[in-house]
Design a protein around this ligand. Structure first.
Ligand SMILES: *[C@@H]1O[C@H](CO)[C@@H](O)[C@H](O)[C@H]1NC(C)=O
Length: 228
């Protein structure tokens, strides 16, 4: 999910076509990344790539980017920081946020304001909606839908007919949920069961398989995931 080198390269690629049409002033870039270093996409890890792109663009093309980093550790901080810009100058470009819920709010508002957003995250299937809510979003990593398409091909290849999706659901970031949501979404033609468990509880595989064994042959129950 955290392809920050690609972020830097893409940043350069996206801007290359506009070089013939150079903006006169500085380009104002707002970067939403957490300071908490337990995330692979923390500011400390990603900032060097952004700074590198910034320096190269200025040295080679004379393009000046003013980069402002905003910490997204507190919940909703990214959205609030962007909303605070309603009355002042708005950024020309936004990088991040990566996490799904955070990205949802920021990209909606940015799309409303016609500000382009480039994110290494926002991989859930809901972000495919490029007609209304997420018009300004460019994702640089393969989305969960792409991963799900791989699953579908594997299933077809081996002629598998049913699947059990195991999902650790922390009920906050919900990365596993969003990952499997795409798989579930693509597997209409299969019998798909899902089983979710909280991260703090061990996965009780014996109980789970006993349960599957007991219900095998009975009318298959397919649990549907509610799309958020
Ligand atoms: C950093 O994030 C991790 C994972 O979400 C969390 O467990 C930890 O408490 C956070 N640390 C701080 C200092 O907020």
């Amino acid at each position: 999910m955290q392809h920050f080198t690609e972020l830097c390269v893409l940043f350069l690629m996206i801007l290359t076509p506009v070089l013939s049409n150079k903006p006169t002033g500085d380009v104002d870039v707002l970067v939403f990344l957490p300071q908490n270093n337990s995330f692979m996409f923390s500011q400390a890890r990603v900032a060097p790539a952004i700074r590198y792109a910034q320096e190269r663009l200025e040295a080679e093309f004379g393009l000046r980017f003013r980069v402002h980093f905003e910490n997204t550790d507190p919940a909703n901080q990214a959205l609030f920081a962007l909303a605070d810009r309603s009355c002042g100058p708005r950024p020309d470009l936004i990088l991040g946020p990566v996490r799904e819920y955070e990205a949802a709010g920021v990209v909606r508002l940015a799309s409303h304001w016609n500000i382009p957003v480039i994110s290494a995250g926002a991989l859930a299937i809901a972000f495919r909606n490029k007609r209304s809510e997420y018009t300004q979003l460019t994702r640089i990593a393969p989305s969960y839908m792409k991963m799900a398409e791989t699953f579908a091909v594997v299933f077809e290849h081996f002629a598998w007919k049913s699947a059990l999706l195991l999902m650790e659901d922390d009920m906050t970031e919900r990365d596993c949920y969003f990952t499997l949501e795409a798989v579930f979404h693509l597997m209409d033609d299969y019998t798909v069961k899902t089983y979710s468990f909280p991260p703090e509880e061990p996965l009780r595989t014996d109980e789970m398989f006993q349960d599957i064994h007991d219900t095998e042959g009975k009318e298959s129950s397919v649990y549907s995931l509610d799309l958020v």
